[in-house]
Ligand binder design. Structure first.
Ligand SMILES: [Zn+2]
Ligand SMILES: [Zn+2]
Length: 436
């Protein structure tokens, strides 16, 4: 396990409470070549000139670079920074807390480069780093998962010598990407290739040799997919940040994986006749090793709620319900907890309605991030917590199957209400979620 050095943690903490930043990407239209500016969260590329609509897919994570000033004074090298934006849930002892993370961090060890990109990506337009992009792109020295996953060490834990106090942090990401920043070496000093100003102290001989010896292209692929239904050729419905696209002609849902559109299973829970919106949830069957957690009854026992919650039968298979949309952290956990405990069995309802004109709220939290949140959800449900939380990191959560379940919500004033399930969501909380 790689520990993050205290300087990196300071940087992460320093920006943790910064206001939401939006980064923009400029890309030339793959069809007509016109320059188009996208938001960082956009998954739909819409060209205002030739009207083409394309879904942007990347393997693993998106890679961007900050364009250097022209003409480049010397040989440009691109230094990697991990970009993280999302929610961090912290499990400290028996407490679960959360905060929004909006940060970037140098992905190289032992260099005098700044630990963070500062405000530059908010001022400059980024570009996609693709395998054909010219330049020397230094690969990160450590993978994103090592920052993001459960190695995400709590700095307080380092400072506080209390071994009984177990602390874990989980990152539920909205954005995880790699940003390459242009630099050049003059003498034994790095210079920023945008402002042409010196960066940090002297560069060691070893590191200079490494830079001279290595030449890397940006790895990974970015694919622009036509937003036409692979089943029937109809135009697919999607908002700019949608990860799932719908065909209202043949009633199929699609998501990009492996560079192609593939089908997503979904269902509608017809609880209300006249909904104002359909909100999506990932309904996940996951195998948990390290806890007896196979049936809904097992979950109720974990929650110390046997005989109180009337939903699924105790012997029915356990499904985790995770909001498939970004929302405020407390709301996210509250919705996941109540729907999972309720264990609604969709098969017992009436036939799902055909698509209506009622808007489908966009799916903008991918299944991988929903999976990441299952440990936090288990921790949140467990009662009493002291028996489960110390072991939460030892649980192995593996993906079984998933489908999207849409719940109908009615609008009452400023709240979305699900009357049968006694759930309410502030309209503002959803709006805020899309800004995370
Ligand atoms: Zn175009
Ligand atoms: Zn279709």
């Amino acid at each position: 396990m790689r520990k993050i050095c205290p300087t990196q943690l300071t940087v992460i903490n320093a920006v943790i409470n910064s206001s939401g930043s939006t980064w923009q990407i400029e890309h030339n239209c793959p069809q007509c070549g016109a320059p188009v500016v996208l938001e960082e969260t956009d998954r739909l590329f819409r060209c205002p000139f030739c009207r083409v609509r394309l879904f942007i897919w990347s393997d693993e994570f998106f890679r961007y670079f900050i364009p250097p000033a022209e003409p480049a004074p010397e040989q440009i090298v691109f230094a990697p920074y991990w970009r993280l934006k999302g929610i961090v849930f912290s499990l400290d002892g028996t407490e679960i807390s959360n905060r929004i993370l909006d940060s970037n961090i140098l992905a190289m060890n032992a260099t005098p480069l700044p630990q963070s990109l500062g405000l530059r990506p908010q001022v400059l337009k980024l570009r996609y780093a693709m395998p054909e992009t010219p330049g020397n792109f230094i690969p990160p020295d450590f993978p994103f998962r090592e920052i993001k996953g459960n190695d995400f060490v709590d700095p307080l834990q380092l400072a506080r010598p209390a071994p009984s106090q177990i602390s874990f942090r989980y990152f539920i990401g909205d954005i995880a990407s790699l940003i390459f920043s242009p630099i050049f070496l003059r003498g034994n000093q790095f210079f920023d290739a945008v402002l042409k100003e010196p960066l940090g102290g002297p560069v060691s001989e070893d590191f200079q040799n490494r830079l001279r010896a290595e030449k890397h292209e940006p790895s990974g692929r970015i694919v622009f997919l036509p937003t036409l239904c692979p089943g029937c050729g109809w135009d697919l419905d999607a908002e700019n940040d949608s990860l799932v696209l719908f065909c209202r002609n043949c009633n199929h849902a699609w998501q990009a994986s492996g560079g192609i559109l593939s089908k997503v299973d979904f269902l509608f829970l017809p609880l209300s006749d006249d909904p104002a919106a359909w909100l999506p949830f990932w309904r996940i069957r996951a195998d948990i090793s390290g806890l007896e957690l196979k049936s809904h009854g097992d979950l109720l026992r974990l929650a110390n709620l046997t005989g109180i919650v009337h939903g699924a039968r105790p012997d029915s298979e356990l499904h985790f319900w995770i909001p498939a949309f970004k929302s405020q952290p407390n709301l996210f956990l509250r919705l996941a907890r109540s729907l999972t405990l309720l264990g609604k069995e969709p098969g017992t309802g009436a036939e799902p309605p055909k698509f209506s004109k009622v808007p489908l709220y966009p799916v903008n939290l991918p299944i991988a991030e929903a999976m990441e949140s299952i440990r936090v959800l288990i921790a949140s449900i467990a009662t009493p917590k002291r028996l489960v939380l110390p072991h939460i990191n030892d649980l192995e959560v593996s993906h079984g199957a998933d489908m999207l379940a849409y719940l109908p919500f009615e609008l009452q004033g400023e709240e979305f209400i699900q009357p049968q399930l006694h759930m309410s969501i502030q309209k503002n909380a959803l709006r805020w979620g899309r800004l995370i």
